[in-house]
Design a protein around this ligand. Structure first.
Ligand code: KG4
Ligand code: ZN
Length: 373
């Protein structure tokens, strides 16, 4: 039988708290220097946020149970995009790490079962790599023309579990330049939101609170630190910033012996704004430093914190061909910065073409909760 002109990928992602599946389709034969962007046929995301709001954070057991309850429905809905015909799927892509053990197992075992029944190979995907490949979902375009050379690129991954600066020399070719030495940026947003009595997840809650700050005319009497902003390496630290927020809040409530949760809204807004600015300042300073040092063509960001509007706007201002060693800033749509299977599928599509050795039999696929790039 003649091979189909297009390859259909079923992608599954359950590494943390989103149960997601997607179908993507792209040309089977390609020009290796100019890979066409595959088409997203379907993208289904079931978010567990409501569940985790109750506990103001993820309880791993609760997350994995919710994945088990939803995974078949989510995959089934994604398959609607190809009329429910699993036989049309040529390849299954699944996140195999890093992430929560119980959550990863649900996606990987579902992928394995489907692979066994339908005799379809699997490409295991590193969650961090998927965050990077969210940048490749749309055809990467410059205003005037399509960018011919993306690489070398500096990539900033900022999620709930990771904060890393990476030099990407080509597809699948990474060098980690710096990482957080304690909390990840997203983790800091979540913890500070909790200190301020805001909801989970902390990132969007802090951004929303901070947006109210300019309207209150209240000036915060303190400046929060920008940890490691001037250090001569490309590492990050956010744990001290979180503690500084805790002390600041204690000071702001000390006068009248109010409880921390009783801090008035205008003060919460001011602390949120200053905290958000501090994180953004550090992330941008380090990214600019790496961009200067490695004289890259592009800068990309990925991970949940990359959906932060202040970070996106300020990064765009600071990284432009005119401002900085001819480098261009690329950023995925905010909805593709948080966990999603589309990015997993796109990453697998590039691997299918450029690293076919990663295509494997289901018996050889295992989870690795501590997987690195
Ligand atoms: O990538 P992601 O969805 O999951 C992980 O791989 O961790 O990232 C989740 C993190 C959470 O810590 C959340 O608070 C943060 O991303 N986040 C944001 C925003 N939206 C999500 N942080 C700052 N601003 C946002 N708008
Ligand atoms: Zn993630």
């Amino acid at each position: 039988m003649a091979k189909k002109a297009k390859i259909t990928i079923l992608a599954i992602e359950t590494s943390c708290d989103e149960t997601t599946a997607a179908i993507i389709k792209g040309p089977r034969s390609i020009n290796k220097t100019n890979i066409a962007t595959p088409k997203i046929i379907n993208n289904i995301v079931y978010s567990q946020l409501k569940l985790h709001k109750k506990t103001k954070g993820i309880v791993p057991e609760v997350a994995s149970r919710a994945h088990v309850e939803k995974i078949i429905t989510v995959v089934d809905k994604a398959l609607d995009g190809i009329k429910g015909n699993l036989k049309e799927v040529d390849l299954i892509a699944v996140t195999s790490g890093p992430g929560l053990i119980g959550s990863l197992l649900v996606g990987v075992d579902t992928a394995k079962a489907l692979s066994y029944i339908y005799q379809v190979p699997i490409i295991p995907i590193n969650h961090l790599e998927a965050h990077i490949y969210a940048n490749f979902v749309r055809e990467i375009k410059n205003k005037k023309s399509k960018i011919k050379n993306i690489f070398p690129s500096i990539v900033l991954i900022v999620s709930g579990g990771h904060t890393q600066l990476i030099l990407m020399r080509g597809h699948g070719d990474y060098k980690v330049l710096g990482s957080t030495i304690d909390d990840a940026a997203g983790e800091a947003f979540d913890k500070v939101a909790s200190i301020l009595g805001l909801s989970y997840p902390g990132g969007p809650a802090i951004a929303a609170a901070a947006a109210k700050s300019p309207t209150t005319n209240y000036q915060l009497p303190i400046t929060l630190p920008r940890p490691m902003i001037d250090s001569d390496n490309l590492d990050f630290s956010f744990s001290g910033l979180k503690t500084a927020v805790l002390y600041a809040v204690k000071e702001l409530t000390a006068d009248n012996h109010l409880k921390i949760t009783k801090l008035p809204n205008y003060k919460i807004a001011a602390v949120a704004a200053e905290f958000q600015q501090a994180v953004v300042d550090v992330l941008i300073a380090k990214t600019v430093k790496a961009t200067r040092k490695y004289r890259v063509r592009t800068v990309m960001i990925g991970g949940g914190v990359a959906s932060n509007q202040l970070l996106r706007q300020e990064m765009k201002k600071r990284i432009s061909p005119r401002e900085l060693s001819n480098s261009l800033f690329l950023v995925p749509d905010p909805s593709l910065c948080t966990d999603n299977a589309v990015a997993v599928g796109i990453c697998a599509y590039y691997k299918y073409h450029l690293q076919p050795e990663t295509i494997n039999d289901f018996k050889k696929i295992n989870i690795d909760p501590e997987m690195t790039l």
